[in-house]
Design a protein around this ligand. Structure first.
Ligand SMILES: Cc1cc2nc3c(=O)[nH]c(=O)nc-3n(C[C@H](O)[C@H](O)[C@H](O)COP(=O)(O)OP(=O)(O)OC[C@H]3O[C@@H](n4cnc5c(N)ncnc54)[C@H](O)[C@@H]3O)c2cc1C
Length: 405
């Protein structure tokens, strides 16, 4: 790594080092572009690295991209952009193979992928790497970036962006040192969502990393980019509510795929645990609002997630990190239920893009959580990592082509 020389000039600048930014940078490099990637903190710091549950793709024998698309459309309550959904789902299997090519080893069983069924899905199509899928994906893509010839600049938060005749100029402000400018023929915004900041403003818990603060979206809006559904923030249905060591931890939704049930204070079930994410979160919040919750030791109300019915073999194969987190906090989820409540998790909406990741501003591309439309107003679990790979690759290639034109 080297400090940015004032006046660094590249074909493509990528902002953000989560799965979407890494995919975009690799794809732009593959297209022959000179690429720089700037990110706010360390290269590892991102929501992508925290993703656990898995990544969806229609790879099962009983599945198809069309069935996957239908599930996305229904889960979005028919608010998603059909063109983006088609791109997402038709490229799902290819995205998985691309990740495997970069060294991601998805959990396998009986000679095939181990596939789980997630909320809102009509088929089992969630691939996993244990319960640290995002960690595995970002580790593999960072290794590829290391040898790609791209210039990686951690600790370089973007603070300003302006258009010029031939492209864009980005200003970054490292903690120590002078502001640095990067001139680029095209810029890919992959800076993620804003749920960490939003939770702070609301006094709520969030699953997000501290860099999820949304200022890059604001810079794009100031340049004239259009956005959609920015008000549609998603709650993760099952955030850790107690003990203190797991507050805000996103309990993988695969716990419910493997048989965990949601119970109110009277130990009664109140929702189909495999309903779409917003339906489950709303049902929990209704129990809490109507006084059927349990009061956790910090005074917040919660419901039970009864994880004791999960088969030990499933838990050890697909939930090892969750088991470690809880056991370290003094609770064994296979022996007793855990307390949970919805926590702020995901920005459904974002910058308007076309199927190549182009925003409404020439030369400016966006992919991943910062972009809107793919999930409409309600994302299914597992489709965000897929979105990062599919649209990261598309945006990187399109930005490289634009920079050459
Ligand atoms: C705990 C958790 C579990 C999840 N589990 C799953 C799952 O199982 N499956 C799934 O599909 N999705 C899951 N998600 C959602 C998914 O991980 C994210 O939506 C997705 O990875 C976002 O990727 P991204 O590349 O768009 O953004 P991020 O991965 O958040 O990366 C954004 C990057 O931009 C950088 N950045 C921010 N601001 C600036 C700035 N001003 N200048 C420079 N850089 C900046 C950040 O530092 C970071 O590197 C989960 C999310 C969380 C938080």
């Amino acid at each position: 790594m080297r400090a940015v020389a004032r006046g660094l000039s590249v074909d493509v600048l990528v902002v953000g080092s989560g799965a979407s930014g890494l995919a975009a940078a690799l794809s732009a490099r593959r297209a022959g572009a000179r690429v720089a990637l700037v990110t706010k903190g360390s290269l590892q710091s991102s929501n992508s690295a925290k993703a656990q549950g898995g990544i969806q793709a229609a790879v099962g024998a009983d599945d198809s991209p069309e069935l996957h698309a239908g599930d996305v459309w229904r889960s979005s309550h028919e608010t998603a952009d059909p063109g983006l959904v088609e791109a997402l789902t038709s490229e799902g299997p290819a995205a998985i193979h691309w990740l495997e090519h970069h060294g991601v080893a998805f959990t396998r069983q009986n000679g095939g992928y181990r596939l789980a069924r997630c909320g809102g899905a009509s088929r089992s199509r969630l691939l996993q790497v244990g319960d640290r899928t995002g960690h595995a994906i970002t580790t593999a893509l960072r290794s590829a970036l290391d040898v790609s010839g791209a210039t990686a600049l951690p600790g370089h938060p973007l603070v300003a962006l302006r258009r010029t005749e031939n492209g864009l100029v980005a200003t970054c402000r490292p903690k120590s040192g002078k502001e640095a400018e990067v001139t680029a023929g095209a810029v890919v915004l992959a800076a993620g969502g804003r749920c960490f900041r939003e939770a702070e403003l609301r006094g709520e818990l969030s699953t997000n990393h501290p860099g999820a603060t949304g200022e890059v979206t604001e810079l794009a809006l100031a340049l004239g980019a259009l956005a959609r559904d920015l008000d549609a923030l998603q709650y993760h249905p099952t955030g850790g509510a107690w003990p203190a060591g797991v507050l805000g931890y996103s309990i993988p939704e695969t716990t419910r795929a493997y048989g965990a049930t949601l119970l109110n204070a009277a130990r009664e079930r109140f929702v189909d645990e495999l309903a779409p994410r917003d339906v489950v979160a709303d049902a929990i919040l209704r129990e809490l609002d109507e006084g059927r919750g349990v009061t956790a030791p910090d005074g917040r109300s919660a419901v039970w997630l009864d994880t004791t019915g999960i088969a030990r073999a499933d838990a050890e194969l697909s939930l090892p990190y969750m088991l470690r987190r809880y056991r370290a906090a003094g609770v064994d989820p296979l022996a007793e239920p855990v307390l949970t409540r919805p926590v702020l998790h995901y920005q459904n909406g974002g910058l308007v893009i076309d199927a190549r990741g182009q925003t409404t501003v020439e030369g400016l591309y966006a992919c991943g959580e910062i972009a809107g439309g793919t999930h409409g107003r309600n994302r299914m679990m597992g489709n965000s990592l897929l979105e990062c790979v599919v649209f990261g690759r598309r945006a990187g290639a399109a930005a490289a082509e634009k920079a050459r034109s």
